[in-house]
Design a binder for this molecule. Structure first.
Ligand SMILES: Cc1cc2nc3c(=O)[nH]c(=O)nc-3n(C[C@H](O)[C@H](O)[C@H](O)COP(=O)(O)OP(=O)(O)OC[C@H]3O[C@@H](n4cnc5c(N)ncnc54)[C@H](O)[C@@H]3O)c2cc1C
Length: 379
């Protein structure tokens, strides 16, 4: 006998927000997740009094007031502002590229001087390309050089991007980098959004609030007992991999993944920032995250004598590792479209979230999608 209105496969933000709203609308929900914990990729593990972001640094940011109000009603947010720095050959540069970066790069102090430096380098690149008969950038390297010139590309983009994609920039398509915003103001705030922060007490607080009063089961893989799970509910909200849902009938979608190597250090402050990017190709990791800086500011950092860091290594996805980033090339996009066409024909299954839609979403857009979902609007 059908016991639930909705079986929700996956307790990440899409599944948890859906379940929360469904419960408020009086619907009966069961949430299952194959991982040993709830929350999907926003899950944090407490270590030495520090919330460690187990699936990579998560910084909430949005300009959507409805989404911001929605999450703040669950848990208040702190004032964390993402101001990452890049380390290249022992020298630190502020990100995103702004007047601080240009001062560190060239010693220039005015926007006009910075603009002149960038233009001078761009023109040199464009002239060299023209001499070789190249009219359009043929790869990511040429694209980046045309946008920001050689110094910024070589020190801050090249090595980092090659580590991220596991290939030389000359072999990556130009479209990966459409724009490289250059800020001619002294502003290290990475995001342009109106709101950003970290939930006070960590992301697990959000998951707990969202799933309050809802039946949840962890360590349960939908595919291990598919018929059984399907028999339990009228409708299914599926947030797992769409290609797997269809038995890989058209083939497997590709992903990039990141592996995290955690280290505990007996010092109160390891790098003085939540995020440091390592932009040299020779350093094998892309970033070091120091988790305490997401929730601890100023002298409070020193109240805890220990710190936890994660080194991030970007790698190709293989079966068994976490599928993180969809590969947005022509082949994978075409394949995903074929699966999406199958999904569009389903009347009993709702596909949502980053894996089921095969799209990279930040947290706020995922919430926005659930809030505006036709199923949710129909209640
Ligand atoms: C490394 C990294 C860093 C990020 N940083 C940021 C950031 O700074 N800011 C930001 O806004 N966003 C960030 N994001 C994006 C954010 O993680 C996503 O927007 C969010 O996790 C999407 O939620 P979701 O529910 O779609 O997916 P998920 O959180 O992945 O949830 C899907 C859930 O489904 C479960 N599942 C899958 N298959 C099955 C199955 N067969 N049976 C049962 N359960 C199943 C999984 O175990 C998982 O718990 C980052 C993402 C990554 C990968």
């Amino acid at each position: 006998m059908v016991k639930y209105d909705y079986l929700i496969v996956g307790s990440g933000l899409f599944g948890a927000v859906f379940a929360h709203l469904a419960r408020k609308a009086g619907k009966r929900c069961l949430v299952i997740d194959k991982r040993p914990h709830l929350g999907g990729n926003i899950y944090c593990e407490e270590q030495h009094g520090i919330n460690v972001h187990k699936y990579g640094a998560h910084i909430f940011h949005t300009s959507n007031k409805e989404v911001w109000d929605f999450v703040n009603e669950l848990v208040p947010f702190n004032r964390f502002t993402n101001c990452p720095v890049a380390l290249y050959e022992g020298k630190l540069y502020n990100l995103p590229f702004n007047m601080n970066t240009f001062y560190q790069m060239w010693g220039v102090t005015t926007p006009a001087q910075a603009m002149a430096r960038i233009e001078e380098q761009r023109v040199a690149v464009l002239d060299a390309m023209r001499e070789q008969g190249i009219t359009e950038p043929r790869n990511l390297e040429e694209q980046a050089l045309c946008l920001v010139g050689r110094d910024i590309y070589e020190k801050l983009i090249k090595g980092y991007t090659e580590k991220q994609w596991g290939r030389p920039c000359t072999e990556l398509p130009a479209f990966i980098i459409k724009r490289l915003p250059v800020r001619l103001v002294y502003d290290n705030n990475y995001f342009n959004d109106a709101y950003q922060g970290i939930p006070i007490g960590g992301y697990n607080k959000i998951t707990e609030k969202l799933l309050e009063g809802i039946e949840c089961r962890v360590n349960e893989d939908f595919f291990a007992r598919r018929e059984y799970w399907e028999s339990l509910a009228d409708k299914i909200v599926f947030t797992g991999k769409i290609d797997k849902y269809y038995g890989y009938c058209y083939g497997k979608l590709q992903y990039r993944t990141v592996s995290f190597v955690e280290e505990v250090h007996p010092v109160p402050n390891y790098q003085g920032s939540a995020v440091v990017n390592y932009t040299e190709r020779e350093v094998p990791y892309t970033r070091i995250i120091e988790h305490k800086h997401f929730e601890c500011f100023g002298d409070d950092v020193y109240a805890n004598p220990v710190t936890v860091i994660s080194k991030e290594y970007s790698t190709e996805w293989t079966e068994g590792s976490e599928p993180f980033y969809p590969v947005n090339d022509a082949a994978n996009t075409a394949l995903a479209d074929r699966y999406r066409a199958l999904a569009a024909q389903e009347t009993r299954v709702i596909f949502g979230g980053r894996l089921a839609e095969y799209r990279y979403y930040d947290m706020a857009p995922v919430i926005e999608r659930v809030l505006n979902h036709p199923e949710v609007k129909s209640w």
